[in-house]
Design a protein around this ligand. Structure first.
Ligand SMILES: NC(=O)c1ccc[n+]([C@@H]2O[C@H](COP(=O)([O-])OP(=O)(O)OC[C@H]3O[C@@H](n4cnc5c(N)ncnc54)[C@H](O)[C@@H]3O)[C@@H](O)[C@H]2O)c1
Length: 318
């Protein structure tokens, strides 16, 4: 697998611009394309000015502005941008018709590179259906703000080649990101979970259980605080799956089947697989690493608490 050295970002707005900065800082030459040469040039200038501010604030490393100024190139057209690009990242508005139209133009320009869409929730298959050769097409879902959020989803569809998956994953890793390959299902992983939580939070407000700001406080200082460091399965295995099962039983009594224990959780508990304390659960965390894990967790939470105190509260109020 050869290392990607050239890229095009089609749609150099908010997400596309941040992605372009990440790729440039990873040593990739990136052509920016947009609705016109003028918009691409204005976005280039915006991204350089933003990099300068980030560098001054210590958010980008020293020399980042010069790298971004040199490695980003505003293109006069989509055709020009994608012609020599080994990786093409589409980040135009979240509209199937627009995305399919743009990707048809990318193909018509004779582009040979991997083509990645940054869609938030459109099925990758539906976008792929508009392509003549969908084998080098996949979803690469960067998160907002792209320069500072460390993860991204890689979403192949049925005929995406392994090479396209591996090359995209390697490119993200070079950009300092942690790529996770997930299936092409509505909302993928991040947005399915994020929007499930959001819906339940709105429901709590609608039912008068708590105000939006009280809910935000609870989430960001309790279980959401932990989620900055661990996923739900690591947290569940550490807490004990029997505790989780018992909690779901109470939730089911209050809210019905909607919040009943998931089948495989109940099976783990029935089989005595209770997580860390029993040596197996959803993750098979080795028993001999328990002390090391707990020490890591304690250190990580203490450091995260210190960071919260250092930053102070987010400026959300008056
Ligand atoms: N904003 C977020 O939080 C976020 C997070 C993850 C994914 N996404 C996804 O990223 C994509 C882009 O979102 P955004 O927030 O950056 O939008 P945006 O409006 O900031 O940027 C879209 C860019 O596409 C350009 N564009 C529009 N039509 C075009 C065309 N025909 N040809 C070329 N360029 C065209 C626009 O001029 C603009 O610069 C969407 O699919 C969105 O769902 C957004």
């Amino acid at each position: 697998m050869t290392e990607i050295r050239t890229a095009a970002v089609v749609g150099s707005g908010y997400m596309g611009g941040g992605i372009a900065q990440c790729l440039a800082l990873a040593g990739v030459d990136v052509a920016l394309a947009d609705v016109s040469a003028e918009v691409a040039t204005a976005n280039y200038e915006r991204l350089v000015a933003e990099a300068e501010a980030f560098e001054e604030q210590g958010l980008f490393p020293a020399g980042a502005t010069a790298t971004i100024r040199e490695r980003l190139i505003p293109a006069t057209s989509i055709q020009e941008a994608v012609a020599g690009a080994e990786y093409i990242q589409e980040a135009v508005p979240e509209d199937l018709t627009i995305k399919r139209d743009i990707l048809a133009r990318v193909e018509a320009a004779g582009a040979r590179g991997i083509i990645a869409t940054n869609t938030s929730a459109l099925p990758i298959k539906d976008i792929a259906d508009g392509l003549t050769d969908p084998s080098r097409f996949l979803g690469v879902h960067w998160m907002n703000p792209a320069p500072f959020v460390p993860g991204a989803e890689i979403i192949p569809h049925a005929t995406t080649t392994q090479e396209a998956i591996d090359a995209s994953s390697a490119l993200l890793a070079r950009a300092g990101k942690t790529p996770a390959v997930v299936s092409d299902t509505p909302g993928f992983v991040a947005n399915r979970l994020q929007f499930a939580l959001y819906k339940e939070a709105v429901r709590l407000v609608e039912e008068g259980v708590a105000t939006p700001s009280a809910i935000d406080d609870v989430v960001s200082t309790t279980f959401g605080f932990r989620l900055a460091l661990f996923g739900p399965f690591a947290i569940g295995d550490m807490a004990g799956l029997d505790i989780y099962k018992a909690s779901y039983d109470s939730l089911e009594a209050g809210y019905g089947e909607r919040l009943a224990a998931p089948r495989s959780l109940a099976e783990h508990v029935a089989d005595g697989e209770l997580g860390l304390k029993s040596g197996s659960g959803f993750l098979d965390i080795p028993a001999e690493r328990t002390a090391e894990l707990i020490a890591y967790r304690n250190r990580a939470y203490q450091r995260l608490s210190a960071l919260r105190a250092e930053l102070g509260p987010a400026p959300l109020g008056e």
